[in-house]
Write a protein that binds this ligand. Structure first.
Ligand code: ATP
Ligand code: MG
Ligand code: MG
Length: 355
């Protein structure tokens, strides 16, 4: 049986491997800094858990394999400039933007995009890193070293943030989960809730947007689309050509998780519609020490990534799924006292989302 190699060996790679195990599919994440060559067969397939990587012995070997899927998609989406161009080309709504060129002055950006403008580094940013707010009232200038390296976006006064995770197989069949409602604090995802009846009205618009992207890229596997809800419509914030944090709830809340979907799609296995099992909540563990007491809470499913705990670092997540809403709410109430600041506001947000 052929192997699925994963470029990158972080938590996403580990969870792909974990999901593939019951299928009898051998998934092997490869650290980008791995010093020795891997023994690959021509029938193997290669996928990635990250959209960008430095050139190392390991990444060159994996990326040059003839069955590296979605090869051209990664550089295109990893650069916010070409990602935004793609969205514009496909006429998919996104925050108005422009490239911060060599000669682009803040004044031009204020004139075109409004008095508060968000600069985002073209590559490498995540968890809100690589972003810089320009404020006309404070006379902020484009920082040194950001010319040609960033795009500028209009500040969107969104109502809330949602995301759609979808999968496409090699025959072009599409599979989508229900939209997830996401809470970001300081640019970092803290919690997701799915499904939500009140988001159903946005589901078909979201599926059309992501479906168009997946088809136009002839993409195989799982992709995530982060959106802003502005009134009754969606605007794409950004795309991730991989399994995504806002889809982690599917590990507990769907008959086929996003990780299994990705493995099935890239390995050419049959796909099927994922059945949603109940109400799900995902709480990200950001800079908190592991507590065994979490395990005492009914329906709490812990994923601990085994990383060193640092402030602001994603070190795990907890999924909760229950078809009995009051029971789920009770579990959340039991968990809440086990968390430090700013988690009280996260649990409060979740509680409100469920009401
Ligand atoms: P991720 O960890 O999801 O990859 P990231 O660092 O790539 O995040 P974005 O998703 O682009 O960054 O932005 C992070 C957060 O900043 C968004 O979830 C949203 O809360 C806020 N944000 C981004 N763009 C805008 C915008 N144009 N207007 C207002 N808020 C924004
Ligand atoms: Mg991002
Ligand atoms: Mg994001």
């Amino acid at each position: 049986m052929s192997k699925v190699w994963v470029l990158g060996a972080g938590q996403l790679g580990a969870m792909l491997r974990h999901a593939a195990m019951p299928l009898g599919v051998d998934v092997e994440p490869v650290d980008i800094e791995q010093p020795f060559a891997v023994e690959m067969s021509p029938n193997d397939v290669v996928t990635a858990e990250r959209e960008q990587w430095p050139e190392t012995g390991a990444t060159v070997q994996l990326a040059n394999h003839p069955h590296f899927l979605n090869r051209e998609v990664f550089p295109r989406l990893a650069d916010r400039f070409t990602q935004k161009q793609l969205l514009d080309e496909l006429q998919i709504a996104t925050a108005p933007w422009q490239l911060v060129g060599q000669d682009t002055q803040a004044a031009t950006l204020y004139e075109r995009l409004g008095d508060t403008v968000l600069l985002k580094r073209r590559t490498g940013g995540y968890d809100g890193r690589g972003q810089f707010w320009l404020k006309q009232a404070e006379g902020t200038k484009v920082p040194e070293g950001w010319h040609n390296e960033a795009i500028a976006e209009k500040k969107i006064p969104f109502d809330e943030e949602v995301s759609l995770v979808g999968a496409r197989d090699a025959e072009g069949n599409l599979y989508f989960y229900p939209l997830a409602l996401n809470l970001h604090v300081n640019g970092i995802l803290m919690a997701s809730v799915a499904p939500l009846a009140r988001l159903e009205a946005l589901q078909s618009e979201a599926e059309q947007m992501l479906g168009k992207l997946l088809d136009s890229l002839d993409y195989v596997g799982v992709m995530a689309m982060e959106c802003f809800r502005v009134g009754d419509h969606l605007m794409v914030n950004e795309l991730a050509p991989r399994v995504h944090n806002s889809g982690h709830w599917t590990q507990a809340g769907a008959s086929i998780s996003q990780f299994e979907y990705h493995v099935r799609a890239v390995a050419g296995l049959p796909m099927a519609p994922a059945i949603v099992k109940g109400q799900s909540v995902m709480i990200n563990l950001i800079g908190v020490e592991k507590q065994d007491a979490w395990l005492s809470v009914p329906s709490a499913e812990l994923y601990w990534y085994g990383k060193e705990v640092r402030v602001g670092r994603k070190v795990g997540h907890i999924n909760l799924t229950n078809s009995d809403l009051p029971a789920l709410q009770q579990s959340l109430q039991a968990l809440q006292p086990m968390f430090p600041v700013p988690y009280p506001q996260v649990f409060e947000w979740v509680e409100n989302a469920l009401n």
